[in-house]
Design a protein around this ligand. Structure first.
Ligand SMILES: *Cc1c(COP(=O)(O)O)cnc(C)c1O
Length: 377
């Protein structure tokens, strides 16, 4: 926004609130990047509200760009996509209170089954139609999935369920434990485990169900992990955990300056006076704090962009506000600051914020709080 446009808005009395804007064109471009790396079907993973970008928005863009499946953590997330009119096949893989057979059948959502016990509890329910299941083997993560030692028992129970038309095995899945490494050698154990799982599924008479193992990193770096389908989440919104492919950031976080003041040298800023100005300068306040997803632990490099320049965040991050030091510049209230975005130059990226906070980009994008307005470009 130009300075004169800001001045006009300021006179009108209001200005846009802190806003997270989702950029579907970036999702489209990222799907194309993924497509260039694999011929397998692409599942767009839109858990955690599409990694904070809006599950429906990201799902629609990904499907339009050629994703053949959608993936969510929970059945509730999957049902919300159905309610929004998305008709692509959907898989949900985590069921903290057990699989609700009726909900899965009604929403026509495939569910992952990761243990004998989970399948037994599914088969104990009645559902209006057959529930489509993907058998989930633990391929080395010890965080979910059926251990190899119980795989035979899981197949036996699944066969009984399929004969009774209660379930149909439509997929076999695993998950790569080394999700952030561009290192095919590190994946060989999981790939071998997956092949073994599939061989046993075929031998048990289930035909050749859809097989999937890779997430973004495996998809971008190791074709041996691709099988029939790849599950891509982070990559859709511009994050390549392997750091090997430049993806497009798919969101922009902006906030208006709500208070601005000249201060002298030696002025303490924020809680604990943890920062003290070392010269006469101008301070501006942005109405975003740790309750809105600004990490409280930040390196001194952290900053925001205003009119093509980077200005540092100074003092402690409060629950609702941060303070920026704009030096000789005095920006009027209402001036828009870009906290992060894909623009480059002085504009920080999500990756910059992750580095400043000592975390991964995923926690930045999924952490933006509900008080921040949402929009779509
Ligand atoms: C989150 C998740 C994915 C997607 O991982 P990304 O690295 O974000 O692409 C794939 N599979 C499972 C089981 C997941 O939980």
């Amino acid at each position: 926004m130009s300075r004169s446009a800001i001045a006009v808005q300021h006179r009108s009395g209001t200005f846009p609130p802190p806003t997270l804007e989702t950029l579907p064109v970036a999702v489209t471009a990222n799907v194309a990047r993924v497509r260039a790396r694999t011929r397998s079907t692409i599942m767009a993973v839109v858990k955690a509200d599409g990694y904070g970008h809006g599950a429906v928005t990201v799902a629609r863009a990904a499907v339009a760009a050629g994703a053949g499946w959608l993936g969510t953590t929970s059945l509730a997330e999957a049902s919300a996509l159905r309610a929004a009119g998305l008709e692509a096949p959907i898989l949900a893989w985590l069921h903290p209170s057990g699989i609700d057979a009726e909900a899965a059948a009604t929403a026509k959502v495939d569910v992952a089954v990761g243990s004998v016990d989970e399948l037994a509890r599914l088969l104990a329910q009645t559902a209006p139609t057959t529930v489509r299941i993907h058998l989930h083997m633990d391929t080395g993560m010890s965080r979910g999935g059926c251990p190899r030692a119980q795989w035979d028992e899981l197949l036996t129970l699944a066969r009984r369920g399929q004969q009774a038309r209660r379930v149909r095995v439509t997929g076999v899945m695993g998950h790569l434990p080394l999700a952030d490494r561009a290192d095919p050698v590190a994946n060989t154990g999981a790939v071998a485990g997956m092949r073994e799982a599939v061989r046993m599924v075929r031998a048990a008479g289930f035909g050749s169900p859809l097989t999937h193992l890779a997430a973004t990193s495996g998809t971008l770096t190791d074709p041996a992990t691709h099988f029939g389908l790849v599950r891509v989440g982070a990559g859709l919104v511009g994050i390549d955990p392997s750091g090997s492919v430049e993806m497009h950031g798919a969101s922009r976080l902006t906030a208006p300056i709500v208070h601005t003041a000249p201060v002298g040298a030696g002025t303490p800023v924020g809680y604990d006076g943890a920062y003290v100005t070392d010269r006469a300068t101008h301070l501006s306040v942005l109405p975003l704090g740790y309750a809105d997803g600004i990490p409280r632990e930040l390196s001194p490099q952290a900053g925001v962009e205003i009119y093509g320049h980077r200005f540092p965040v100074v003092g402690r991050v409060s629950m609702d506000q941060i303070v920026i030091d704009t030096g000789a510049e005095s920006f009027p209230v209402g001036t828009s600051a870009t906290v992060f975005g894909p623009d480059g130059g002085a504009t920080p990226s999500v990756h910059d914020w992750a580095r400043w906070a000592g975390t991964i980009p995923h926690t930045i994008v999924t952490g933006i709080g509900p008080r921040v307005s949402r929009s779509t470009a």
